[in-house]
Design a binder for this molecule. Structure first.
Ligand code: PLP
Length: 419
């Protein structure tokens, strides 16, 4: 069955007595038992809930599971994966090797630098678009288990890694591969079918699609890994609640039409930017000039709606962000409305300085602007970007006058200094 059909079709929770065509929200913490010793299918919503179960079955189906897990956020999913990947008999990390793409979401780098590496896992970052570098990193690992974690396309530089080739290299070395598929979603790419062992999503982005929830996803084919993931999800209480599970299912139903239209819009915007004299480089794998264009065409069904560009001037980039009228300045992406941001100062500002100084992560260009293209008419988006770029001179561009939220994504901490 085509992916569009699979996305659109949901079975309501099994056993629903009323034939609901939409899965009911089982907004309950616990379930009555028949007797003190007689447990039904569900007993407590942290452990299992019919609404979340329907969602997890759907996620597994879309990514080619069979084991799907829904978490309270993408970071909760990645944290669970790290613990599950390096679990020893006590289910806590303490040994092993992790090879990460040099260009990962800032919060993932923060988690790995501050929480995974200090527990004793040897972390090495490589440019996973370079297969020789991956081969060398695998050969240099000292302790097992060994995992590779990459994003393709990466966020925010939109680099494309050869998922099948990296999976083959990993498996030759007895290692395993996790792919963060947030940027494309299962509508456009299925890493498990390309050989990955686990797929990760920030479902806050395309899967939810409306900017109204945070959620995370893991899908795997490996029953042993699935058992550990499930154990930790219950033990640590990181599962997605029933109402958010329902919201996420509702979002998924329109994933195909949203991403198809948004990708067309993004292609138009990327072409406009590429021809604009104020723009130095456009990072969008839908452009024939992108180094990963042909590879992406082989392993995915489209380039998606995320793109970034450089202007040669951080001041101009800031000015563009602040002068657009249709783009909301925001850290996230994948919602129906277009957003704009400077990853260096926003979504990726949480990358620890020491990781950048030690060369463990790619330093992002200070003038990089990231666009998440939504469902607006592309002509309006292009006109808006055009007027924002025309507003000069730059000398008057000051600091953003927006108040800092108490706990921001970029600070990642309560009222602390940025980074
Ligand atoms: N993975 C990627 C590629 C992301 O962009 C993000 C968040 O922006 C995450 C994971 C983390 O997801 P969440 O914000 O839902 O915790």
């Amino acid at each position: 069955m085509h992916i569009d059909t699979r996305i659109a079709r949901f079975s309501p929770a099994p056993g629903d007595p009323h034939g609901s065509t939409s899965t009911p929200i089982y907004q309950t913490a616990t379930f009555a038992q028949e007797s003190a010793l007689g447990f039904g299918e569900f007993d407590y919503s942290r452990s299992g809930n019919p609404t979340r179960q329907a969602l997890e079955d759907k996620l597994a189906d879309l990514e080619g599971g069979p084991f799907g897990f829904a978490f309270a956020s993408g970071m909760a999913a990645i944290s669970n994966l790290m613990r599950s990947a390096f679990a020893d008999g006590t289910h806590y990390p303490g040994r092993g090797s992790l090879i990460v793409g040099a260009d990962l979401y800032g919060g993932t780098t923060r988690l790995i630098e501050r929480l995974v590496a200090p527990l004793g896992v040897g972390v090495r970052s490589v440019d996973t678009t370079d297969l020789d570098a991956v081969r060398e990193a695998l050969a240099a690992t000292r302790t097992d288990p060994t995992w590779i974690l990459l994003e393709s396309p990466s966020n925010p530089l939109l680099r494309i890694s050869d998922i099948s080739a990296v999976a083959d290299l990993a498996h030759e070395h007895g290692a395993r591969l996790a792919v963060d598929n947030t940027a494309l979603s299962p509508y456009l790419q299925n890493p498990l079918a390309l050989g990955a062992d686990v797929v990760v999503h920030s479902a806050t982005k395309h899967l939810g699609g409306h900017g109204d929830l945070t959620a995370g996803v893991l899908v795997t084919r490996d029953p042993d890994l699935a058992e550990t993931i499930g154990f930790l999800k219950n033990a640590e209480g990181t599962a997605l609640g029933p109402f958010d599970s329902w919201l996420l299912m509702r979002g998924i139903k329109t994933l195909g039409v949203r991403l198809a239209q948004e990708s067309c819009n993004a292609q138009r915007v990327a072409q406009f930017l590429q021809a604009h004299p104020a723009v130095r480089t456009v990072h969008y794998p839908g452009l024939a000039s992108h180094p990963g264009h042909d590879l992406l065409a082989r392993q995915a069904r489209g380039p998606g709606q995320l793109l970034s560009f450089e202007t040669r001037s951080p001041k101009l980039s800031q000015q563009i962000c602040e002068a657009t009228e249709l783009f909301t300045i925001a850290v996230s992406f994948g919602s129906t409305g277009s957003t704009i941001g400077m990853p260096c100062r926003m979504s990726h500002a949480s990358v620890p300085d020491q990781a950048i100084q030690a060369g463990r992560v790619a330093e992002l260009p200070g003038d990089l602007v990231r666009l998440s293209i939504g469902l607006e008419n592309p002509d309006d988006l292009i006109e808006d970007l055009g007027q924002a770029m025309r507003r000069r001179p730059l000398g008057s561009v000051g600091q953003p006058n927006r108040a800092h939220p108490i706990c921001s994504e970029s600070q990642g901490t309560f009222v602390g200094p940025i980074r």
